[in-house]
Design a protein around this ligand. Structure first.
Ligand code: UDP
Ligand code: MG
Length: 197
């Protein structure tokens, strides 16, 4: 019962929509722990773990890493940060199975998702943002337009159905993800405040 007041935010949107950038701002404001499954997978790869090597094959192709791998990683993170005021889930869940698993993990901690913040950005803008990021980062999945297109297809087919999943629960909040960073941030905060009441 101790955790019913937790604040748990899912930041949702296609690759390049600004989830990571806005998560940093939200973490700071609400004192939450950041769970970016993409970052966790890249850390596993850098550490050359077995999990990292297996995941890398999917990441390089722009495909989703299997559900059980990602769910296990999130479970570990949550267990290791069980004293947190809440979490921001960034890039997770990406499939309906992952969303169901997340609900049950939160339920075990007697808490739930507070709200899902969906960043809306058009595909052409996303491609140019990702290619730009690819120029300055070491992310090979951002450097090839075919890989980027595969990531969008994966998003359309496997991740987008989550919009309905959360809309039905009254948890989905849609936010325009283009324009001024601080304007977007204020829209996100307004959704969070509304959902907390
Ligand atoms: N990935 C995945 N499951 C996750 C997170 C990441 O399969 O929960 C893989 C997937 O191949 C994805 C890549 O890691 O294309 C990069 O994910 P990240 O979330 O960092 O990128 P973004 O979509 O935010 O640009
Ligand atoms: Mg990201």
């Amino acid at each position: 019962m101790a955790h019913t007041h937790m604040l748990n935010i899912v930041i949702f949107g296609p690759p390049g929509s600004g989830k990571g950038t806005q998560s940093e701002k939200l973490l700071d404001k609400f004192q939450l722990k950041h769970i970016s499954t993409g970052d966790l997978l890249r850390a596993e790869r850098a550490a050359e773990t077995e999990l990292g090597k297996q995941a890398n094959a999917f990441i390089c192709k722009g495909e989703l890493v299997p559900d059980d791998v990602v769910i296990g990683m999130v479970r570990n993170f949550m267990v290791n940060h069980s004293d947190s005021k809440g979490f921001i889930f960034d890039g997770f869940p990406r499939t309906v199975n992952q969303a169901i698993a997340l609900d049950s993990m939160l339920d075990e901690s007697k808490t739930t998702i507070t709200c899902v913040l969906g960043l809306e950005v058009g595909e052409n803008e996303l491609v140019s943002r990702l290619l730009l990021r690819g120029l300055s980062s070491s992310r090979i999945d951002d450097q090839d337009e075919n890989t980027i297109r595969t990531r969008f297809k994966e998003y359309q087919n496997k991740t987008l159905p989550l919009q309905d999943f959360y809309q039905i629960q009254g948890k989905y909040c849609s936010i325009q993800g283009t324009g001024d960073l601080s304007t977007i941030f204020h829209s996100l905060c307004a959704c969070v405040d509304k959902a907390r009441k």
